[in-house]
Design a protein around this ligand. Sequence first.
Ligand SMILES: Cc1ncc(COP(=O)(O)O)c(C=O)c1O
Length: 195
Amino acid sequence: MDNNTYAISRYPDVEAVYRQLETLLSQPLRPVRRDKMQEVLEYFEKKCARSKALNDEAKQIIPGGVQHNLAFNYPFPIAVERADGAHLWDADGNRYIDFLQAGGPTVLGSNYLPVREKVIEMLQSCGPVTGLFHEYELKLAQLVKRFMPANEMFRMLGSGTESVMAAIRAARAYTKRSKVIKVGGAYHGWSDQMV
Ligand SMILES: Cc1ncc(COP(=O)(O)O)c(C=O)c1O
């Protein structure tokens, strides 16, 4: 495998990238024109028939037909069948550039081979879950500490929502204060406290 396919192998000129970004951000917002929107909708109708059929079926049993808000798209969610590096393929075989990258976590690109192989190795030896402790939890905590030394202790949770809830609870218990500052308009998970 070509090691340069994924991750950063060449550092761009940061100043130039920022200049491009500023130019882009200073552009006015351009909504999709009504006539062009028709073309977009036709694309989905003609090229994504299987995604549409799967979503219609999923809506019978899953609210909105998807399990995560990121997937809840107009005119219907795309059913992804394959992911590799910077690309996704849908159930009709169309290829997309993946600007979403799962909302952030796939920093090495989707389905990065060394990660996949390690995950398969772990599944073969331990299965998906034991509920108990594994040495790799320690290794991960040490790795996070190495790169983020300000983290004195490290505890992993199943989701961002849970992590924020736990952090608030721990902070309230520790400080004996009750109020929390939330960044307006930002998403911190869907717990009652934060929505
Ligand atoms: C800052 C922040 N907090 C919490 C969450 C919630 O995470 P999760 O979707 O894993 O519950 C997100 C998710 O986007 C987030 O960006």
